[in-house]
Design a protein around this ligand. Structure first.
Ligand SMILES: [Zn+2]
Ligand SMILES: [Zn+2]
Length: 215
């Protein structure tokens, strides 16, 4: 494989944060730097990673809480998310208050990710799938077969979990839109496609198609 991955479970909400490095160039992305920056920093140092993008699958606090520290540690890192979650990103301090945590304003957004866009880092790339429902600007990230694993890999954020789906009682969420996003944009992939959710264990498209009680 041309990519190396390290996934960390961070923060009180146990968010899965993944560091993905191009083995040839050491350019890397961090998906959902949600909390516990020292752990993320250690992974970056161990991997010799030069972070070019800090990507949020969506802008809930548990997925963006360590963006400030990551940007300070690695100032050239571009903060990247979907425009429809910008409003959530900007109310991070309010999100924190609601759950009893204190946050400063996060760093400025450098790049808005769009549906079906391909993002290059090092000699590798991923594509963006806009999957609104859990939040308006929720996205999934897809890596083609052979880059990260023999099978295709989709980082599904809080859109799709193993045998579950994201909650739809927070800002701008919409249950029927979430189901539509999952059915039309994720379940259309081959059964063997690996699903790496924002919380909990990995799954596959086939397993969710067969066993997810919400679908
Ligand atoms: Zn969420
Ligand atoms: Zn979450």
């Amino acid at each position: 494989m041309s990519l190396e991955i390290k996934t960390l479970v961070v923060g009180p909400f146990q968010c899965n944060c993944s560091v993905i490095v191009c083995k040839q160039t050491k350019e890397a992305i961090v998906i959902d730097a949600g909390d516990e920056f020292p752990k993320i920093k250690k992974a970056l140092t161990d991997l010799g990673a030069n972070v070019v993008f800090s990507v949020a699958t969506h802008a809930h606090l548990d997925h963006i809480g360590a963006f400030s520290e990551l940007k300070s540690f690695s100032p050239k890192t571009q903060i990247a998310l979907h425009r429809d979650d910008e409003f959530l990103y900007k109310i991070l301090p309010d999100q924190g208050r609601m759950f009893g945590f204190s946050y400063d304003m996060p760093p400025l957004i450098d790049r808005y990710l769009q549906d079906e866009e391909e993002i290059q880092f090092g000699q590798q790339k991923f594509s963006v799938i806009h999957t609104p429902g859990h939040s308006p600007g929720g996205i999934c990230l897809r890596f083609e077969a052979g880059s990260l694993a023999p099978e295709p890999v989709v980082f599904s954020g809080d859109t799709l979990f193993r045998s579950s789906i994201g909650r739809t009682d927070l800002w701008g969420a919409d249950h029927s839109q979430l189901i539509k996003s999952i059915k039309q944009r994720l379940l259309t992939f081959d059964d063997q496609t690996r699903i790496c959710p924002g919380h909990g264990p990995n799954s596959s498209v086939g397993l969710e198609r067969r066993e997810n009680p919400f679908l």
